[in-house]
Each structure stands twice: as C-alpha cells, then as structure tokens.
Design a protein around this ligand. Structure first.
Ligand code: F6P
Length: 483
C-alpha cells in the first residue's frame, strides 16, 4: 500500500482474493489467479495510489483451519486482506446460501433453490465481516467496489458504517425477474443491501431492468428514471456494463510458437480428426454440458456425424463439489461420456475426451487454437467469458462459435451460431451446420466477433463502470464521517 495516507483510496471487495497459494517444498508462495477480474481491474488498480483487495483465500479444498491465512500481505502492489472462513462458515455462506440458494435462483432455477434460515444467518454474518473489514481498510472518501452475489448485503452494511464512501456493486451473474426473486424469504434484505450502493452494475440490460422493477415492487424506493432509483435520500444508478476479457493478452499468447506447436500436437494426439469440437466449462449444471453431449450422441447415432471424422474435447473444471446438484451433474456427465465412448469409440480413439481437471492458461489456449467448433450451450449465464476467449485466440479468423441464446455474450456476439439449448433438435442442426461451415463464412463471422471483443475488452469494462461511479456526486467526506 502507498504511504500517502492511512487506508486505501480504492478497495475491491470480492468473494475471493486475486491470488492462489501454491505449495512448494521450500514453503508456500502466492501467484496471481488467472481469473478475468484481476486482469480487468489491473488498469484501475494502477490508477490509484493505495489499493486494497479483500477476499476469502478460497481454500475450499482444504478443511484444515490451521492453514487459513489471516494476516494482510502485499502482492503485486495491492494490499491483500484475507477474510477467513471456518469450515462451518464456508458451508453456510459459500456452499449453502451462495451456491445452494442464490446461484440456482439467479439462473432460472435450472436446479431447485433451497431456502434455509441457518444459511442466511451465516451469509449475513460473513457479509458483515467483509463490510467491517472494508470499512477499516478504506481511507476517508475512498471508492469501494463490491463484487457478486456472495456479498449482496455488503453495500448496505458498509454505507451504515461509512457514509463517506462511494460504493459500487457489480453482479457477475444474471439477475432474475422479480417473479422469481420474490420466492426468496430475504428478498427485502438483499434488495436493500444492494441499494446501499451508488451504482449497481449488471451484465445485461435485462438484469438491470429486473432489479429496477423489483426494487419498485418491494416499495423500497421511488422511480427517478428508467435507470435511476431514489433510496433514502440518495440516487442509485442501475445499469448494464457487459464484462470483457484481456483480449490483447489472449491474442498475443495465441500467436506464440509454443502454443501453435501445442495445438498441432494436440490435434495429432486426437488422431488428426477432420473436425475438433470443444467445450470448456466449470462443471456446473447451468452450462448445458449434458445437453451438448446428448446432442452429439444423437448425431452419431443418426449417422449425421461420424466418429472417424469428428472428435469432441470437453474440459469440465471441478467446481463446488460439495454441493449435491454438482455431485449429481458429475455422475450424469460421466455416464454420458462413457456411453458415447462405449458405443462409438475404438481402442485408442475415444470420441469424447473428457478432462475433469483445471487446465493451465497455455493449455487452454492450445485447445482453443485446435478447436474448429466451440460449443457454449448454457441454460443461463451472466456473460460466459470462454466464448470471448475463443474468439480472441482465433487470429486467423477461422473457427465457428456455437453459442446459447441464454449467455450474456449472445447480446454482443451476434455472428455466433445462436441456439436454444432447450431445443435439442435445434442444437443438433446447429452443430451439424457448424461442422460443415465454409471457410469464407467462418472468416466473415469471426472477423465481426473479433472486432466486438476487442472494442469491449476488460479494461474498457472497468473504466466505464468506474467513470460512471465517480460521476456520482460524493458529499465531502469530512461532512459525513461517523463520529
Ligand atoms: O461467475 C460467477 C463466479 O462466482 C465468478 O465470480 C467465479 O470466478 C466463478 O463463478 C467461479 O466460482 P467459485 O468462486 O465458486 O469457484
């Protein structure tokens, strides 16, 4: 942190810290997580002279409380403040309320949402811990940017503790229609929590409109305009800011010789198929991995595709594997992969290469470079950055993106082959069309999509959110500091 005053002038509050701990023989070290948020915020972090980032160290895999890091430390010019969670707290806040209640509710209830008072109590307790830590970390008049559904009570709590702060909130996932949100027993509390912000950002205009409608329907605030609400004497802006990726980095690394060689080797290892189909997802029931596999299986059964010509690679990154719905999804997916390979594979040549592991950045890029067709078929998705990553790596303008209409990215990547993942026949026809698409049409579509991802990249997303936030009139901090 800088010496120019106590506390940070810019505080990021996110469920996870932007680093991962790597255990080595000589001790553990921290490395920057490859996640998009860190890259997106890098320019904004560099613009401030004192930056803090609060988050859970995310040791979900480790139950050993002795390993939980609690002391703040500096990494890459940012003051990192770990928020420790005990095993019980993680179960209530992360596995429970965040991923057992809110995640399915916000994703169209693709799986049922569970409502438990104990989960909500845990969620509130952990949100308070984040809010108090943010209140201590921020210098007078600082800007605080809170992220995502795990921390929706933080803006309201923080505003009570520190009315001098400018508070922004960004939701990375969809925001549901009020009709669905109304089921939530804590609908008022969560909505009021978000209204503690000066600016609430959503991935898509639908999400912003849903929230605006909800806040009015709950009678919590008055309408000021289509995108602003009046709440407790303040104006809260409610707008869409579709997130992007660090396009320059993807484009540059994709051109690297090592990546090109790795892509060539991968194709050889796959048996030089004519067409490689690729899926890259967290193993999550919202991603439509199972429906994609079923479509592929039927295409093989109907001899519209042939195992000797087409191979699928599916990376399914382990995720939230203590939550029941994720456990049963894994069983479903692995059963389907087994069935397809059993029915259509040959010794040494499976038709689906299934990887239930986290892949490195370079390996993923080699996969994107190998893939002739990228399959992104979520039932519901805030944005889906994988779609943008694929496009960013296709510098030769080849390749076809099959994209669900229900991914936020579909609003921008209109030259993808858009598909309704609930319509399996449409999905089959779209995959077939992608497999035979002429190079000229591929180029035309990819060119337009590449232009779009370049214009709306990660730093332009962060810049536009933060400039909208700083445009909010902040009352002089001295006048508002708590006594
Ligand atoms: O897309 C929402 C999100 O919470 C991201 O912020 C995060 O990178 C991703 O899902 C993975 O979630 P988790 O932190 O639960 O592994």
């Amino acid at each position: 942190m800088s010496d120019s005053g106590p506390g940070a002038s810019f505080v990021v509050v996110a469920n996870r810290l932007p680093v991962k701990r790597i255990e080595a023989e000589e001790g553990s070290t921290w490395v920057t997580s490859p996640g998009g948020l860190v890259a997106a915020l890098a320019p904004a972090l560099a613009d401030h002279d004192g930056v803090a980032w609060l988050g859970w160290t995310g040791d979900a895999e480790s139950d050993a409380e002795s390993e939980v890091v609690t002391e703040p430390f500096d990494h890459g010019g940012v003051h990192l403040i770990p928020i420790p969670l005990s095993t019980d707290e993680r179960e209530l806040h992360y596995d429970g309320m965040s991923n057992g209640t809110l995640w399915p509710l916000y994703h169209d209830k693709v799986e049922p949402s569970e409502f438990h008072r104990t989960w909500y109590d845990g969620y509130r307790r952990i949100n308070r811990r984040f809010a108090e830590a943010a209140a201590s970390a921020a210098r007078p008049g600082a800007t605080v940017w809170v992220h995502d559904y795990q921390l929706q009570l933080v803006p309201g709590m923080l505003r009570e503790l520190r009315p001098d702060l400018t508070i922004g909130f960004f939701l990375h996932i969809p925001f549901p229609p009020p009709e669905l949100f109304y089921q939530l027993p804590w609908r008022r509390e969560l909505t009021a929590g978000l209204l503690g912000s000066d600016l609430i950002g959503f991935q898509a205009p639908d999400g912003a409109a849903n929230f605006h409608r909800l806040a009015l329907r709950l009678g919590l605030c008055a309408r000021k305009s289509k995108t602003t609400l009046e709440y407790e004497g303040r104006t809260v802006d409610v707008k869409a800011f579709p997130i992007g990726i660090d396009v320059a980095r993807y484009d540059e690394v994709a051109r690297d010789h090592d990546v090109t060689d790795a892509a060539r080797n991968l194709r050889a290892q796959l048996g030089q198929p004519q067409v490689v189909l690729l899926g890259v997802d967290r193993l999550d029931y919202t991603k439509g991995i199972d429906i994609r596999l079923r479509a592929f299986k039927e295409l093989l059964a109907e001899e519209r595709l042939h195992a000797s010509q087409v191979t699928m690679v599916q990376v399914a990154e382990p995720s939230r594997d203590r939550v029941d719905a994720y456990i049963s999804l894994r069983e479903r997916v692995e059963q389907l992969v087994g069935e397809i390979n059993g029915d259509y594979g040959r010794v040494g040549f499976p038709v689906v290469h299934y990887i239930h592991q986290t892949r490195s950045f370079d390996e993923l890029l080699a996969m994107y470079r190998t893939a002739d067709v990228m399959l992104i078929t979520p039932f519901s998705d805030g944005m889906n950055l994988v779609a943008k990553e694929y496009v960013a790596t296709r510098f030769d303008e080849s390749g076809v993106l099959v994209l669900s209409e229900f991914a936020g990215a579909a609003h921008q990547l209109k030259d993808a082959l858009l598909v309704n993942p609930y319509d399996i026949e449409a999905m089959k026809a779209t995959i077939e069309r992608a497999v035979v698409m002429a190079p000229e049409e591929q180029r035309k579509r990819m060119k337009t999509m590449r232009r779009n991802v370049k214009t709306h990249d990660a730093s332009s997303w962060a810049r536009s959110f933060l400039s909208a936030l700083s445009a909010k009139t902040a009352t002089p901090p001295e006048a508002q500091l708590p006594i």
